[in-house]
Ligand binder design. Sequence first.
Ligand code: AMP
Ligand code: MG
Length: 340
Amino acid sequence: MSMEKRRLNRIAAALCALACLLLCGCTQKPADKSFLAMDTVMTVTAYGKGAQAAVESCRSEVLRLEGLFSATDGQSEVFAANSAGSAQLSAETEELLRLSLELCALTDGALDITLRPIMRAWGFTDGNYRVPDAFELEQLLENTGCERVSLENGSVFLPAGTELDLGATAKGFTADRLAGLLRDAGVESALLDLGHNIQLVGTKPDGSDWRIAVQDPFGAGYAGTLSVSDCAVVTSGGYERYFTDGDGRTYCHIMDPETGAPADSGLASVTIIGDSGLLCDGLSTAVFVMGAPRALELWRSRTDFEMVLIAQDGEIILTAGAAEIFTAADENARITVAER
Ligand code: AMP
Ligand code: MG
């Protein structure tokens, strides 16, 4: 082979390698891991250097936090508080409680982290579903309300009969921690799927937005997609957990703290988009209780979240910021955009 031909071959090989590199750059192989925690299947997917180790440490961190926040694990801090009326807290549980109490106040009590006795009465804690009567609920409601929870010097105190249920905020708090852990490990692109809590680190590895599906609360498909990066997307819906009685009436797992009965605000699902996983998680539950008019009032008073609300009658209500990033699956969907 002549010198010239060898040189041309080398250039061709180099160009070929470059083309491969460019193509692979867009379809980088991710590190991913799925596991069962906090009553749901979680999947962590991360790209780039250090991703594999970071994904492994996400799993251990979730299990560690579950061991603190779980209401059923006999070793947890929440279990200790619920059974003894007080408990010394780790920094993580104290912060989750403090932030959750702030959200209770922000939502005027629509978010209430003391509803465990109510959840138990309806059978949501053990799957033995039943419909409690008005008298039973009235009695139980005497012991609920966030004002009954005291945090002092790293300990929590609960009056007799009051029990914590952090199911509405624990996953959002956990997702924020995991995103921080991934960023600290140098991961710039990751998707955390903690059940209905999605948390995104950066963009997709090719620099484009992630497309996150918003589930159709009335069927198996999806109602639309959101183009987002570096944020949390959290959905709460009556369709996620519910039971049906002999007459075909359904009862969902999100309770109205005023009545002790499943929320009935006219919404079928609520998706909140924002920087904080905890805020989005707490608000998705609270807004499901509050209903659209109160939720829009709250949205107009703040700038840190956007919403996709799907009403029981099928209407999709988007806040102005959500309208910019939402694409409906059905082009004939009834959509209303709320302005500030
Ligand atoms: P999420 O799936 O985030 O909407 O949270 C729902 C879970 O939070 C339920 O399974 C209960 O454990 C708990 N929960 C139900 N209703 C409320 C409420 N109004 N405020 C706070 N937590 C609630
Ligand atoms: Mg929630």
